[in-house]
Design a protein. Structure first.
Length: 90
């Protein structure tokens, strides 16, 4: 059970954070690509595009901010020796 608690506090792998950062950037870029079409269309299609533009922008921004926060606040690699309890689990 203590192992599950340790895993919850750990940061995801760097490649996962990078992919989330790229995915968030793509969603924000996609939201801005919908702006010109938003000005041309009208009616129900306009509302659908506006909803998805906002959804893409918010989701992408959250992914970017969360990923950057994890990347920048991630401490240096652990160089201290393992304690006895940790060595037993290995």
């Amino acid at each position: 059970m203590s192992e599950d608690k340790k895993k919850q506090g750990e940061s995801p792998a760097p490649i996962t954070l990078f992919l989330r950062l790229v995915g968030g950037g793509y969603l924000v870029w996609l939201a801005f690509q919908l702006v010109p079409d938003l000005l041309i269309s009208s009616g129900f299609r306009n509302i659908i595009q506006l909803v998805f533009m906002i959804l893409f922008f918010i989701t992408g921004s959250i992914l970017i901010i969360w990923s950057l926060k994890k990347i920048l606040l991630k401490g240096p690699a652990r160089t201290e020796p393992l304690e006895e309890e940790e060595q037993e689990h290995i």
